[in-house]
Write a protein that binds this ligand. Structure first.
Ligand code: SAT
Ligand code: MN
Length: 579
């Protein structure tokens, strides 16, 4: 296979000249191709076959220094540093190209160069965008096969459109000193060297569908967001679609696959997407969402038949596990798995119970979305789904209430811009430190956050039919560190309030930070909770909130004169209400 598209053919030829692979292979996305790659990786030791309880499941052990996204080595390369913004690391594009050309030079000698045409979103959707990833990693190809719509149909669309994101990847020597993930938004180009890890190497995901797409979306008038998309159907058959932005490893997959608790007979929840949403205004001013991905790259530890039965079922077959432990009979094992005993840890060493966790805290499963028992066929609808509510959230032990609603769109943008969360194992660095993570996009916004907030604010002028905006926090704790809210399936109780607010079916308490539920409007029947827990969960402590608003103000000021005046005005308004 080659292509009739001249610019694609020319780029592939150029890359081959630079990287000097032994072979070039164009991926067609077929089942045969996938199996061939798996067999090849079983032979090379890149994959380990898991036992027959896990049909077609494989374990990949990454290099132990290559287990998460590396934000300090991730760059946005625009001619003007200002356009990249203080939220990103910046490099001058010509310098970055020189550096990368040097790294890529001859790096594929003795290896096969794979060309992966892919489409982010349903092949026949005008909201979808295409890309081509060139990589020397068969692991990347297999993962892209599960995560995207790749191969022949994508190539055909690319040949028609003649517009695609160019992504070049090589695992290199996995030397952390020679590792860079570069983005060139103006060239629609990504270059990633020296890492085989998910977010650094599966270029369709964070690099394309968020960093490059957010920048593309700004010019084209839409939004590329770090959001799950979930369908909620009540017992009367009324459906709502919610989009929720939480930082990595804060439960997006769990919420997207939520199973209604026994107390909620007749409710149905279906998954459209678990990580990324592309949002477009349609001709009626309705915001519609597609999930650009076709699979899940989810955090494994913590997944079990109680916390997330859908995910647990999804990963019983046809799954690639990365960096989990195994039992003596070669079953995958991870922390909070309720069966089996780990004998070999994620690095391949004997597990004693004392040498750290058995599975890496950021170990992942890669699986096709179609394996999810709660998969919504609307994930393939080219028109996407109409969004009723946008939900922001983070991991906060204190301060942030269980749920509150923005007073209007602009206030909602401020709430999104002020999101903070405790860091997780999804990125290298210290875990559990509260940092600002606006719209959960801190690691993923491909341009200056100040311009991004301005872009968000403009939606308020383009439509009077926008979703309502909310903030949730499932992670509130008491002084002893105990979680105050049960979370998981019980989160449906909060989503019900959100939907009732969207439908004007329930009153709320107006506070300076937004609308909060009356305690009796969150159904807690059957939950093991004290009334005082609910009081804490729905309390707004003015003194702490004054401090928070001050901290948010200081953070926003960091964006200088580019900060939209509307956002500053919104911030002043809330700060005054708190005084
Ligand atoms: O590694 S990924 O960036 O793909 C997952 C995540 O951190 O959300
Ligand atoms: Mn994510």
């Amino acid at each position: 296979m080659t292509t009739s598209n001249e610019s694609l053919q020319q780029w592939v030829d150029e890359v081959a000249m630079l990287t000097k692979p032994d072979n070039i292979y164009w991926c067609d996305g077929s089942e045969t191709e996938y199996q061939g790659l798996i067999n090849q990786m079983l032979d090379s030791g890149d994959l380990i076959k898991l036992n027959d309880n896990y049909k077609n499941c494989y374990l990949h052990r990454s290099n132990p220094t290559d287990v998460a996204r590396v934000e300090h080595l991730t760059f946005i390369c625009t001619p003007e540093e200002e356009d990249t913004g203080p939220n990103n690391h910046w490099m001058q594009p010509t310098d970055a190209h020189m550096k990368m050309d040097d790294l890529f030079s001859g790096c594929m000698q003795g290896r096969t160069m794979y060309v992966i045409p892919y489409c982010m979103g349903p092949i026949d959707s005008s909201y979808s965008r295409c890309g081509v990833e060139i990589t020397d990693s068969p692991y990347v190809v297999a993962n892209m096969n599960l995560m995207t719509r790749m191969g022949q149909p994508a190539l055909e669309r690319i040949e028609q459109e003649d517009r695609f994101v160019r992504g070049l990847h090589s695992t290199g020597e996995l030397d952390p000193e020679r590792r860079f993930i570069m983005h060139f938004p103006e060239e629609l180009m990504i270059q990633s060297f020296g890492s085989g890890y998910g977010g650094n190497a599966l270029l369709g995901k964070k690099c394309h569908a968020l960093r490059i797409a957010s920048s593309q979306a700004r010019t084209e008038g839409w939004l590329a967001e770090h959001m799950l998309i979930v369908e909620i159907e009540n017992p009367e058959g009324e459906k709502h679609y919610l989009a929720a932005a939480f930082p990595s490893a804060c439960g997006k997959t769990n919420l997207a696959m939520l199973i209604p608790p026994e107390s909620h007979a007749g409710w149905k929840v279906r998954t459209i997407g678990d990580d990324i949403a592309w949002l477009h205004l349609d001709e009626t001013g309705q915001l519609r969402a597609i999930n650009p991905e076709a699979g899940y790259f989810g955090v494994v530890p913590g997944t079990n038949e109680n916390t997330n039965p859908n995910a647990y079922n999804t990963i019983q077959s046809d799954t690639i596990f990365t960096n989990v432990a195994v039992t003596a009979d070669n079953e995958p094992w991870w922390e909070q798995k309720t069966t089996g005993v780990p004998t070999i840890d994620w690095k391949g060493n004997p597990f004693t119970g004392e040498n750290g966790p058995a599975a890496h805290p950021n170990s992942r499963f890669t699986v096709s979305a179609r394996r999810n028992p709660a998969y919504s066929p609307l994930a393939d609808d080219p028109a996407g789904v109409p969004i009723s509510a946008i939900i922001f959230g983070g991991r906060r032990r204190t301060l942030a209430p269980l749920v509150y609603q923005a007073k209007d769109w602009n206030h909602g943008v401020l709430i999104g811009a002020g999101v903070a969360s405790e860091t997780t194992a999804a990125a290298t660095g210290e875990v559990g430190v509260v940092r600002r993570d606006p719209m959960a996009m801190k690691p993923f916004c491909g341009y200056n956050f100040a311009d991004y907030w301005d872009h968000w604010l403009q939606f308020g002028e383009r439509s009077d039919n926008l979703p309502k905006i909310f903030h949730v926090n499932w992670f509130r704790r008491d002084e002893d560190g105990r979680f105050l809210w049960p979370g998981f399936g019980e989160n449906l109780r909060v989503l019900r309030w959100i939907i009732d607010r969207c439908e004007n079916r329930t009153e709320a308490v107006e506070t300076p930070i937004g609308y909060l539920p009356h305690a009796e409007d969150i159904d807690t029947e059957g939950l093991d909770m004290q009334p005082s827990d609910m009081e804490t969960l729905l309390g707004v402590d003015s003194a702490s909130w004054r401090d928070e608003m001050q901290a948010i103000g200081k953070y926003l000021q960091g964006y200088g004169s580019r900060l939209p005046e509307k956002l500053s005005a919104e911030h002043r308004k809330i700060a005054e209400l708190l005084d």
